[in-house]
Write a protein that binds this ligand. Structure first.
Ligand code: X8Z
Ligand code: ZN
Length: 601
């Protein structure tokens, strides 16, 4: 208590006499000073944590604990500060007088409390256990050696096989190999589910899922309603896509048409992106990419951003990033899932990727640079380090995905000199290919992933049901089935990296896709005056100005208000549905006489 009193500013203690204006301006001054100090400490400790995490995730050496020890220590130090009783009490005390503070201060104090939620020192031991369990899980996940017939397979090799292999038996074996990691991760995930829930309960959040939802200003039921609504809106289109894909795949593999698509028939480990099923004559981006080295893919994405008026990436980005795969015999492994890092919450921005010259990495590179340019935009003196984040998490995901969509449209592709085979691609085939990516992603993200993570954390799903439930959800929402029965010794959900290291927030991507179509629609119609399905953003500085105006305020803006201001609408799947409307008609004709095996939701 003494410690607490000493730490609290004077004006907060004298709140009884708060009518007095000089006291209220004293409170505002105290809050300002306190926040300045918090921002300084937070930036310093978050930088040390990110540096250590970076080292841990780019150099995973089996049996070597040096990196993981340093990471645990840095993360404990960060939590010891952000979750300290002093910080929680002071933020609450200031917020009790929020009417005397300005909006930016209130927003920062709310962010302080949110960050405290993941490391409250009232349960310091629990927090330490969570930090240690997370470090161990990440190491297991990315240190895992995938094998086929005793030979190592990299995730890029697995993905390559699922995209192009025609032999069903080999596909099956590679798919099964890709799921092996889940078994190893299950015990850690059982432990982490409890630790994550227990930690956030300290500050009154019901569970970890609700904690994450609260960052959007929503409760779990409110979020569920929005997510289910998006899934429902896309359902008629997805049912047509599913019917079409069942028939195409059966033809391709010379098999009877299945009701549920066997998971190993699909060109993605989780069935989240089916775009590789569709070939577009005269528009082969994979072939076009293959003519270039991987460095070209990154340089091209950077050129696109620069053409819109963004700065070139800083030298340090190129020097410090880890952009290409590590050789199998390098003696260490790295995180193989793409990510972007804001190391010092200022100018030190880096990306971790395993870029290869193909369509998927071309898109992913644009996605990651979207995060990087977002970091660069809001690292300015008007945005305190605490608010150097997206307007919400979905905005952060949307920017680069939007650029990825724009960078795959034919006039753009032609204008940057990519040689895709010459002929003008068929517009409907192209739309079909895009739908197999953007629309197919919705039942995966708002269905399988959303409900699994919600049930895991919020509904405390028993571990004896995890794998059965995972496949029930995949059947209902995505219309896919495992190639053979998968008992509870497997944990197929845990093969998805986010389930382990980015928990209870996968719906960010679903919301980001909805948002990106709203932004794209606005840019195409109102800035470029072009058809949204046929744009060329390249070199259009007005587009860059628009995007910068969204990214520069970071989390100091209210995300709902920002969307209304920038596009004139609330979050809605309408723009996405409009984009694909012509395809719906086409699919109905193609599917005439076929039975749809997917129910309503
Ligand atoms: O994880 C990612 C990014 C990193 S933030 C590459 N994405 C999701 C995924 O791969 O599952 C991008 C879209 C969906
Ligand atoms: Zn991302």
């Amino acid at each position: 208590m003494r410690y607490l009193l000493l730490a609290l500013p004077l004006a907060v203690l004298c709140s009884c006499a708060m009518e007095n204006t000089s006291q209220s301006s004293q409170l505002a001054a105290d809050a300002r000073l306190w926040l300045e100090r918090y921002n300084r400490n937070y930036q310093r400790l978050a930088t040390a944590s990110a540096e250590a995490e970076w080292r841990s995730q780019t150099h995973i050496i089996e049996g070597d604990e040096t990196n993981s020890k340093a990471t645990r220590a840095a993360n404990e130090a960060l939590a010891a500060y952000t979750g300290s009783v002093e910080v929680i009490e002071a933020a609450r005390a200031f917020l009790a007088h929020r009417d005397q503070l300005d909006a930016l201060e209130v927003r920062q104090l709310e962010a302080v409390l949110f960050k405290a939620g993941s490391g409250p020192q009232t349960a310091a031991e629990l927090v330490k256990r969570r930090i240690a369990a997370e470090a161990a899980q990440t190491e297991q996940l990315y240190g895992f050696r995938f094998e086929l017939d005793g030979k190592e397979l990299t995730p890029n090799e697995i993905d390559g096989c699922l995209k192009s292999e025609r032999d069903l038996n080999r596909r099956l074996r590679v798919w099964e190999a890709s799921k092996d990691v889940g078994r190893a991760l299950k015990p850690g995930l059982v432990n982490l589910r409890s630790l994550r829930n227990d930690v956030v309960q300290q500050l009154g959040y019901p569970d970890y899922f609700s904690y994450m939802a609260s960052e959007y200003g929503m409760t779990t039921p409110e979020l569920t309603e929005k997510i289910v609504e998006i899934n429902r809106e896309l359902r008629p289109l997805f049912r047509e896509l599913h019917t079409y894909a069942r028939h195409e795949l059966a033809k391709q593999f010379g098999q009877p048409v299945p009701d549920l698509i066997p998971a190993h028939w699909l060109p993605n480990r989780w069935g989240q992106d089916w775009s590789e099923l569709v070939e577009v004559q005269g528009f082969d981006l994979n072939a076009a990419m293959a003519k270039h080295p991987p460095e070209w893919v990154i340089a091209q994405a950077e050129r696109f951003y620069v053409s819109l008026g963004f700065d070139p990436l800083p030298q340090s980005f190129h020097q410090l990033s880890s952009l290409y795969s590590v050789a199998k015999d390098a003696g260490y492994k790295k995180n193989t899932h793409a990510s972007a890092w804001h190391i010092d919450l200022d100018k030190d921005v880096r990306s971790l990727m395993s870029v290869e010259p193909n369509q998927e990495w071309y898109e992913t590179t644009h996605h990651e640079l979207g995060h990087i340019y977002y970091y660069m935009c809001y690292s300015n003196p008007s945005v305190p380090p605490l608010l150097r984040e997206g307007a919400n998490r979905a905005y952060h995901e949307a920017m680069g995905s939007l650029m990825g969509l724009a960078a795959m449209q034919p006039r753009f592709v032609a204008s940057v000199g990519l040689d895709t085979g010459g002929a003008k691609p068929d517009a409907m085939r192209l739309l079909l290919k895009e739908a197999m990516n953007y629309c197919v992603f919705i039942p995966w993200s708002t269905g399988t992933m959303y409900h699994f993570e919600k049930e895991l954390y919020h509904d405390k799903l028993d571990p004896s049901r995890w794998n059965a439930r995972w496949w029930e959800l995949a059947a209902r929402y995505q219309g896919i089935a495992p190639p053979s029965a998968r008992g509870e010794e497997y944990c197929d959900a845990a093969t998805k990296t986010h389930i382990n290291d980015d928990p209870a927030g996968y719906y960010d991507y679903a919301l980001s896709f909805v948002l990106l179509f709203q932004l794209h629609d606005h840019i195409a119609r109102n800035i470029l005056h072009e058809d949204p399905r046929d744009t060329n953003y390249y070199g259009r500085k007005e587009v860059g100005e628009f995007l910068k105006s969204i990214m520069t305020p970071g989390a100091s803006a209210d995300w709902r208000q920002l969307l209304r201001e920038k596009t004139g609408s609330d979050l809605s799947a309408k723009a996405m549905l409009n984009y694909f409307a012509p395809l719906m008609e086409w699919l109905k004709r193609e599917n005439k006489g076929r039975t749809c095996t997917l129910g309503e939701i």
